[in-house]
Design a protein around this ligand. Structure first.
Ligand SMILES: [Zn+2]
Ligand SMILES: [Zn+2]
Length: 135
């Protein structure tokens, strides 16, 4: 048996290496609190604000999921920034009217409009503008 392969101490669970549950909830917190600061840089690539500084990390979701932060680069973990982007993509969408990203509960599917295509998702503000146009 090759004893060299057995780590002598398990990795310390410090703040730098929070367990996955913590990364997940921190990622949701970043997405929830700072949605407007998560910027699309190119298709499948986003800039995510750091939680403790004014820095920002680059997260890609395609072709491979990656982040420029230490946690992700060094450990290969799905870091809080990657969790933030995944959560954002699942729970929000970009309004066809104003181009701003909104949480899904503030987006409405267009049924009948002269301005938008049927099935387009628009925010409540743009929906209100459309309603006054046709009134
Ligand atoms: Zn990261
Ligand atoms: Zn809008």
């Amino acid at each position: 048996m090759d004893t060299k392969r057995i780590p002598c101490t398990p990795r310390a669970n410090t703040a730098e290496h929070p367990p996955d549950e913590a990364r997940h909830s921190r990622g949701i917190a970043i997405a929830t609190n700072r949605l407007a600061e998560i910027k699309k840089l190119s298709p499948g690539c986003y800039s995510v604000p750091a939680s403790k500084s004014s820095a920002a990390y680059v997260v890609t979701v395609r072709p491979v999921e990656a982040c420029s932060c230490e946690d992700s680069l060094r450990t290969g973990n799905r870091c809080k920034h990657r969790h933030a982007v995944r959560y954002m993509l699942k729970k929000s969408g970009v309004c066809e009217g104003c181009g701003v990203r909104h949480w899904n509960e503030y987006l409405f599917e267009v049924a009948d409009s002269l301005t938008y295509f049927e099935g387009d998702m628009i925010c409540s503000g743009c929906a209100a503008d459309t309603a006054s146009e046709t009134a």
